[in-house]
Write a new protein. Sequence first.
Length: 478
Amino acid sequence: MKTIDNNKLKRLWHSTINKKDTWHNAFHLEMPFGLINDPNGLNYFQGEYHLFYQWNPFSCEHLHKHWGYVKTTDFINYSLPQLALAPIDEFDKNGCYSGSSYIKDNILHLIYTGNVKDDNDSRSSYQILAKQLPDGTFIKEKIIIAHQPENYTAHFRDPYFFLKNNHNYLILGAQRQNLTGCTLIYQQQSDDSWQLCGELKTSYNNLGYMWECPNLLTLNNTDILLFCPQGLESKGHQYNNLYQSGYIAGKLDDNVQNLRHGKFTELDNGFDFYAPQAFHDDERTILLGWVGMPEKETDYPTINNGWLYSLTMPRQLEYKNNHLYQYPIDELKKLRKKEISYTDSSNNFSCIIPATCEVHIELNTASIKTSVITLGFNKDALIISYDKAAQEICIDRSNMSLGAKGQRSFTVPSEDKLILDLFIDKSIMELYCQEGYAAATWTYYPQKGTSPIFQIASDQAADMLINIYELGTINYSD
């Protein structure tokens, strides 16, 4: 059981935040030391966004999991990171794992999984309630679910709070005794206890060996289950990461035990996206994900600089035309600084772009078959290609010297116009296609002192509009 108090954490933050690091990102939430992963407990309360995340402040290992905590009103200016929960009790001594939050009696409450392992590495999982005190700190109140139900293993975690039919519920990731993944539903009772309703029934009885990080949302009168199935075998362009994040959408029955739904669809098509969490503010649904992948630490060279992983840009979710759309929230437009616009009608265009920028591309595809975007970093190159016949985008980072390699391909419907919005940070890129129809997140690691060269080449001349915005940085303050 290891922790650090917030005063020491503050001093450590100030001593490290300004150290030069080629790959520290400008507009992605990340820490200057240690390892972060799953976003947790996201909520909008008293005019502020409360964002929590898994954080080991001591090393780049999946150990000593605390809950880091920041607040913001605009997703540009953040409070100085603190630790909200620490793994210092017998019921969470091996990690304060993921969870969610809710508001009751005008107080922010947290529900999380306490991870415990004995000397034989046997696991126990406890679901724990904590609440915020008037001074802004958090106190652990009680264990609300002491163990998993019969016929399920101790892989029982990540409680997500949701409201349905004027009742409070939790959905948890679980593993059946036959080593297949599922989710379990609990309902809050009048005495504040939580009663098991049962397994959320879906048509997927054998989709991986564990379902992590479930979220249950309602968008446009459609119920949507986000979850992360582990153990899927790759199928062509599908399921090519070690673990997947995706959703199924349909309709819950009145008892909140059966979901009639469509097919499982991956939420992000890049290399580095996992464990997303979504929440509602007064007007919209916002999602953040972990830019990383479990059990792949050596794929990320920042580990040698003493820090690992980031969170995605906050994304707004919309469900329309039987599909989940996602795109960066409007507040991030405040990061824009200098703008450069180009119009061109050739088959080859190139320019130098800022190291941190947003590139908006509108390409007339009526007469072309293929188009290739190349981001050049001296001898390195990252390639984004479009095949009109296949209706596919391919991201290829095989020609980057550092970090993991490979390709990811995914479907992007396009008839006569392709719209891409590419956000380039120091070591993360996020791509949004056709105004949010598809998204892809990945890391990349350019050599020191390189300025990116942007080139777009098509097999035929085509009209194109390109807007390039230099982007500023998010800020942290006491």
